[in-house]
Design a protein around this ligand. Sequence first.
Ligand SMILES: *Cc1c(COP(=O)(O)O)cnc(C)c1O
Length: 367
Amino acid sequence: MKVPFLNLRAHVDSLREPINAAIQSVLDATAFAGGPFVEKFEKEFATYCGGTYAAGVGNGTDALWLALLALGIGPGDEVITVPHTFIATAEAISLTGAKPVFVDITESTYTMDPALIEAAITPRTRAIMPVHLYGQPADMDPILAIARKHGLRVIEDACQAHGAQYRHRPAGSLADASGFSFYPGKNLGAFGEAGAVVSNHEDVIAKIKVLRDHGQPRKYVHSVVGWNARMDGIQGAVLSVKLAHLDAANDARRRHAARYAQLLGNVPALILPTEAAYARHIYHVYAVRCPQRDRVLQHMAERGVSCGIHYPVPLHLQEAYANLGLRQGTYPVSERCASEVLSLPMFPELTDAQILYVAEQLRAVLA
Ligand SMILES: *Cc1c(COP(=O)(O)O)cnc(C)c1O
């Protein structure tokens, strides 16, 4: 049997008719860049996330970058985040001219360890950007309390957390602003690149709508130097169709995660993901940990199972951030996780036969 890591085709096939109809309406309206389909999706997604306002942008990196800019982050500032994440988290900070300052993660959730934040705060610290990694929210209440105490902004990197919840509140509604990615492989994926910022602050979203469109509040009136970070009309229309199916897709992922846990729970060499008591985890990634991870990945591939690694090198050890001068050993939990995490196939259309096969092969490889 072959089990792909991801099967976008299966998801598209199940929604082909409504998506074709949505794309036709964009063609009929020739509303290709921004426009009514993006505006409609912005309203729907803001409501879904429990936020009041949303701005559609070009991708998730744009979303995080523009959220930071709109909150006034810039050169000379420091933003606290984690090294165990996709590089876009730190890139967004760097692109504003600010410096990413890392704190380690907790081993049980793979998200920012609130106990380490205060030691990383300096007079230059302006914001904290926790990452809801793999689809599980970071422990937001203590993070928000520290931010309030020190007068810092909080931006959620919610690029992997569409539909996740923290104490029954949706990811995206928990902080000053949040960035989402609709990269095709995300739980809510577009037909190309797209992203959004969600916020309860009307002025933040208003600023982003100016920044994403060459700094123009009105046509040919440029109040600031902006950028072109608009969302395509077709992406807005496709995302509106897919948003209506997101909860069902996330529920399917949660069922698959429970099934993996049932089948793999008693394998001593494996550490399975856990759902924090505060969380509704939406399993964008189902990451287990095991010794000799690279060998296991290779053997799984030989048995027809495609696995992934999210992520093999923590950001402080990437060449791009060599200038921060952070050595191996600085963030031990992130470093250990980077060397042990293995992402098993996870997508809504995964069948029970496939899950059984993946679990069987993994047991065999580890035996
Ligand atoms: C995908 C992702 C991003 C960036 O989103 P793009 O749409 O690819 O620009 C940022 N942070 C995290 C954690 C992500 O997974």
